[in-house]
Design a protein around this ligand. Structure first.
Ligand SMILES: Nc1ncnc2c1ncn2[C@@H]1O[C@H](COP(=O)(O)OP(=O)(O)O)[C@@H](O)[C@H]1O
Ligand SMILES: [Mg+2]
Length: 253
């Protein structure tokens, strides 16, 4: 692999260890409607993996099942060698899985600093929490400038920064990002993806869910294409970027 890919994780065949996350045959249904139809994928420790797909493909449903916001209709989820498909959501945070949900989900009536502190609710190591808040402020200087401001008064981009910062405050091993670029001005999208790349380069394992396929694939090592609840294609991100089907369906060519 070329040097320019160093930030995207270790080379594909570097590790024989079990992946950090293994999803097998995952199904999600709303009443009689199947949104996710038995998908299988994995994420190795330290890599960024993109899950791309059009609106309605089942991306958020996949994340809801992974983060236990809903019960899967079938399949299994293994994380660090353990079945986590029945754990309650707060346990997942303790196990090191942090979700940045679609629409960010910051607490609008709390300040930036308070939102970040909430992200550390599973921890009681105060000095380290303070240090991690400073780390988040280092990643997002705009948040530092607005530390005392209520989250509800922030722009969409700033709320996205805060949502990512809050997730990092739980010291996750796996970061789940649902459409971080959605609804944001291009300049904000650039800033946020710069930080995602920085966090990835620091060693974080990331599942990056995006409708913006180009951006997601440029930021990831591998990718999966989700269509109508099924994974129809998987490859190294670089190869997906050059795949004619992907180019036609997702890159507007
Ligand atoms: N709460 C819900 N109730 C019923 N259907 C839903 C619900 N959430 C999503 N769906 C349906 O499930 C499918 C997948 O949606 P979703 O996972 O949100 O897709 P994506 O995130 O890829 O846009 C869509 O057909 C959507 O209409
Ligand atoms: Mg979605």
């Amino acid at each position: 692999m070329s040097a320019s890919h160093g930030q995207k994780g270790s080379p594909v065949n570097a590790s024989s260890k079990e992946p950090l996350l293994i999803v097998e045959g995952l199904r999600v249904a709303y009443g009689g409607i199947q949104a996710v139809r038995g998908i299988t994928f994995h994420i190795d420790a330290g890599e960024t993996v993109a899950l791309i797909g059009a609106n309605g493909a089942g991306k958020t449903s996949t994340l809801r099942a992974l983060s236990r916001m809903l019960d899967a209709a079938g399949g299994s989820v293994r994380y660090l060698g353990k079945d986590i498909s029945r754990l309650p959501p707060h346990r997942l945070v303790r196990e090191g899985i942090a979700l940045v949900p679609e629409g960010r989900g910051v607490f609008p009536r709390l300040t930036i600093a308070e939102n970040l502190a909430m992200g550390a609710f599973t921890r009681d190591d105060k000095p380290k929490i303070a240090r991690d808040i400073e780390h988040v402020f280092g990643l997002f200087p705009r948040l530092k400038e607005r530390e005392k401001q209520l989250a509800g008064t922030l722009s969409g981009g700033e709320q996205q920064m805060l949502a990512i910062g809050r997730a990092l405050m739980s010291r996750p091993k796996l970061l789940l990002l649902d459409e971080p670029s959605m609804g944001l001005a291009p300049i904000m999208v650039q800033k946020i993806f710069e930080v995602i790349r920085t966090v990835a380069a620091e060693g974080m394992t990331i599942l990056l869910i995006e409708q913006n396929a180009k951006l997601a694939l440029e930021t990831s090592r591998r990718g999966y294409v989700l269509e109508s609840g099924e994974i129809t294609l998987t490859d190294e991100a670089e190869k997906l970027l050059h795949n004619p089907k992907v180019r036609e369906a997702y890159l507007g060519e």
